[in-house]
Design a protein around this ligand. Structure first.
Ligand SMILES: *Cc1c(COP(=O)(O)O)cnc(C)c1O
Length: 394
C-alpha cells in the first residue's frame, strides 16, 4: 500500500481519516470518531469551521501567494488585528510553530546585542526541562527528550536548561549575558503540565528585574484552549514575546507569528529575516478570520465551561485507573496507572470505541477536543475512557 512509502517518523493509530467536520472525523470505511486531539490544538475551532472556510475560499479566488517582495492587502489588517488581540505593537508572520520559535530566538539574541548590550556571541537563553518547542536542529538541541535529540547533533550552543515550575532555579540561572527565558505557560507535549500558582508571575518578575525577555511559547496553549486568549492571562502575566501557531491557521494552513513590542521586534531590518510563504494573503485572510472568532470571547468561554465539565468528569476516575488529572480549560493531561496500560494502548482502545486521542509519553494521554464540541459529546468521550480503564489490562 502507498503508506509503505511514508518515512517512519510517526507511528499513527490504525485509523485512516477521509473526512472531518466540526469535532468529528470519518474514516475510509465510514466509521465516525470524536476528535479529542484536534490536531494538537491546531483545530481549536473544529474541522471546517464555516467562517474560516469562507474566508479561505474568498481569498483563494482573489490571491493566494504574492511574496513579501511586494505588499499585499491582507497582511497589514491581519497583523494589526493580531497585535491588538495580544496588546502588542508588531507581528512577524511565519508558517510553522518551529519557525516562529526560531524567529523569537533570533530576535531575542539580536535584542540582547543591540539593546541590552551583551557582548557579541555571548547571548544566553534559559529554557525548561520537559520543553517542546519544535523539531529544528537548534530547538531539539535544548530538548530534554532523548528520542527527539538522538543522532541529530552537534547542537546550537547558548541554551541553559532549568527545572520547569521552579522559579528560584530559573532566577539562579540568569547571568548578565542572559537575553531571554523561553517557556510554555503550560507544557503541552510533556503531558499538560501546569506549573505551580505564581510561577509565571515569579518568572515575569525575575525577567523584569534582570532585563531579560520573557518569551511565552503559546503555540499550543494560546488562542482559546485554556479558557483565555493566552494561558499567561490566567496568571495575570504579560510576556515580552508571544509565539503563536497551530490554531492561528484555523486548521487550514500552517500560520504562525511572533508578536511583541516595537522595542523588541524593531531589531529586525530588511534582509535580516524572512520567509517565502510567511504572511501570504491566504494565510493572512485565514489568520484574520481566526482573530475575529477570538475577539468575540465565545470560544474562550466555551473552553472554560466545557473544561470545568471535563475536569468534573475526569476527577472521579482518579483512584479508578487514573493516578492524576491536570486540566487547564478544555485541555487535560491524564495519567493512567502505568501497570494497567500504556497511553498508546489506551489510545488504541479509545479509537476502537470511536474516540481519537494521543498519548504524550508513558501512560499519559492528552485530551484536547475542538472547542466546538458539545457537552454531551464530551461526556460520551469520558465515558469511553472510563470503560477502557474498567476493562483494565484484559
Ligand atoms: C507544536 C508546538 C510547536 C511546534 O510547532 P510546529 O508547527 O509543529 O513546528 C512549538 N511549540 C509548542 C508549544 C508546540 O506545541
Amino acid at each position: 500500500m502507498a503508506d509503505a512509502v511514508i518515512a517512519h517518523n510517526y507511528s499513527p493509530l490504525p485509523v485512516v481519516a477521509a473526512e472531518a467536520h466540526g469535532a468529528w472525523v470519518t474514516d475510509v470505511e465510514g466509521r465516525r470518531y470524536l476528535d479529542c486531539l484536534a490536531g494538537y490544538s491546531a483545530l481549536n475551532f473544529g474541522h471546517g469551521h464555516p467562517v474560516l472556510l469562507e474566508a479561505a475560499r474568498d481569498q483563494m479566488a482573489r490571491a493566494t501567494l504574492t511574496s513579501r517582495a511586494f505588499r499585499n492587502d491582507r497582511l497589514g489588517p491581519f497583523c494589526r488585528d493580531l497585535a491588538t488581540l495580544a496588546g502588542m505593537d508588531l507581528v512577524v508572520p511565519m508558517n510553522t510553530g518551529a519557525e516562529a520559535v526560531e524567529t523569537a530566538i533570533k530576535v531575542a539574541r539580536r535584542w540582547g546585542y543591540e539593546v541590552k548590550g551583551v557582548p557579541d556571541g555571548q547571548a544566553g537563553i534559559i529554557v525548561a526541562a520537559g520543553n517542546f518547542h519544535g523539531r529544528t536542529t537548534t530547538i531539539v538541541g535544548f530538548s530534554t527528550d532523548e528520542v527527539a535529540r538522538r543522532g541529530f547533533g552537534p547542537f546550537t550552543p547558548g541554551f541553559t536548561v532549568v527545572p520547569y515550575g521552579d522559579a528560584e532555579a530559573l532566577r539562579a540561572a540568569i547571568t548578565e549575558h542572559t537575553v531571554a527565558v523561553l517557556l510554555e505557560p503550560v507544557q503541552g507535549e510533556a503531558g499538560v503540565i501546569v506549573p505551580p500558582a505564581g510561577y509565571l508571575a515569579a518568572v515575569r518578575a525575575a525577567c523584569t528585574q534582570h532585563r531579560v525577555l520573557f518569551i511565552a511559547d503559546e503555540i499550543q496553549s494560546g488562542l482559546g484552549r485554556t479558557g483565555s486568549t493566552f494561558a499567561c492571562d490566567l496568571e495575570g502575566v504579560r510576556p515580552d514575546i508571544y509565539v503563536l501557531g497551530k490554531a492561528l491557521g484555523g486548521g487550514i494552513l500552517p500560520v504562525s507569528a511572533v508578536v511583541s513590542t516595537a522595542e523588541v521586534l524593531g531589531v529586525l531590518t530588511p534582509g535580516s529575516h524572512g520567509s517565502t510563504f510567511g504572511g501570504n494573503p491566504l494565510a493572512a485572510a485565514i489568520g484574520s478570520a481566526v482573530v475575529g472568532l477570538l475577539e468575540t470571547g465565545e470560544y474562550q468561554a466555551r473552553a472554560r465551561t466545557l473544561g470545568e465539565r471535563l475536569r468534573n468528569r475526569l476527577e472521579p476516575l482518579i483512584g479508578h485507573g487514573l493516578d492524576a488529572v491536570r486540566t487547564r480549560g478544555l485541555w487535560a493531561g491524564v495519567d493512567i496507572y502505568s501497570a494497567l496500560m500504556s497511553g498508546r494502548t489506551a489510545c488504541e482502545r479509545l479509537a476502537l470505541r470511536g474516540v481519537l486521542a494521543k498519548e504524550t509519553h508513558g501512560s499519559t494521554i492528552r485530551l484536547a477536543p475542538p472547542l466546538v464540541i458539545e457537552p454531551n459529546e464530551l461526556d460520551w468521550a469520558v465515558d469511553q475512557l472510563a470503560e477502557v480503564l474498567q476493562e483494565g489490562s484484559f
